[in-house]
Design a protein around this ligand. Sequence first.
Ligand code: SF4
Length: 447
Amino acid sequence: MALTGVEIFKLLPKTNCKKCGFPTCLAFAMKLAQRQASLEACPDVSEDAKQKLGAASAPPVRPITIGTGEKAVKMGEETVLFRHDKRFVNPCVFAMEIKDTLSEPDIKARVEEILNSEIDRVGQKLRIDSIALVNASGDTGKFESAAGIISSNAPGVPVIICTDNPQAAEAAVKLFSEKKPVIYGANPANIDLMVNLAKAYKATLGVTANGLDELGNLTEKVKSLGVEDMVIDSGARKAKEILEHNTLIRRSAVKKNFKPLGYPVITFAQREDSLVETLVASVAVAKYSSIVVLSSIEKWKNLALFTLRQNIYTDPQVPMQVEQKVYKVGEPTSDSPLFITTNFSLTYFIVSGELENSRVPGYLAVMDCEGLSVLTAWAAGKFTASKIAQFIKESGIEGSIKHRELIIPGYVAILSGAIEDKLEGWKITVGPREANGLPAFLKSRAA
Ligand code: SF4
């Protein structure tokens, strides 16, 4: 069971030295109990306390990283059942299935699709993160050859090697040695050999079972054999089972601290009908899967799933923000118009999107208002005439444009006079209230 703040406090040095960044040991203990601090922040904690606290402060779902380099993905580390309790930590991984029965050109085409799947949404890069290579042929040579094509054409993309045949698994995994792959397919019949492979190739082991009881027993066995990095599959394939099993797994881990099920869940959502597959994958994203394997990655499907994942894994306590700076839209010149708005991500992307639609190049000054939208920032005193004037002066935009005209959002028309007073020599123009009025607004200026 997790320790309370007071129980943790008793194990700390109690010197209140502040080296951990908290004013007292008690404050640090409280943060540890809420899993909002790491024990490593206290340099003076004893080895004995470290052992006791390390286990107690570990997240109920084990953190696992697959892949290496910039495309590595971290999963697990979750601490709550519901997003609004705190937040979900590591977004689930989308993996596209590639069967070894495909021809070389088809495998390359699928790899290409994965490499080109990245989109930019609200300032975040979203993509298909991983490849699930499936030994559909049952042939070790074909599996090895497909693994070779993937390893040379998709360097850096984390790979999940799916087979319950230890020989085939070894033939493929050796090509991803040191790349932190997943070997998926450990079951009661092959467990010892698969554990040896996971150890030899420093891979995460994907453990699959027929139901939750068998799964818990298997993970215990794998752990006793010396492998702790696991992803787990209860065998659930229907949406209803996925929902039930995943909920039981997360509830056991978070509420009961039941270690045998405290691992990221891998879900196979593949269906013949792509729409049904998207719906099944959505259930998995919403309810606790850490890896969701898909059979195809059409753009519409990616957009739906990426958006769902992004919404679920966004910290509800932190507004999404973009960096404060002057952004170029198109290729503006020194005569191009200058707009201003706040740094709430959605505001920025809607405004910049409408400016792009207008096909009039311009500058968009985005001011840090702690991620608030225009009206909210104005009401909160963060988007005021003096702050806007100061930001424009300090932004350096005066060196890039010949004119001195600033277009402000119509919702804060009331600020125009005050900004003109603060920004000497500038003309303030009131733009449309809504961003979708920008193309017509710019057209009317050009007429
Ligand atoms: Fe206490 Fe350790 Fe923090 Fe110092 S660094 S205040 S000893 S918890």
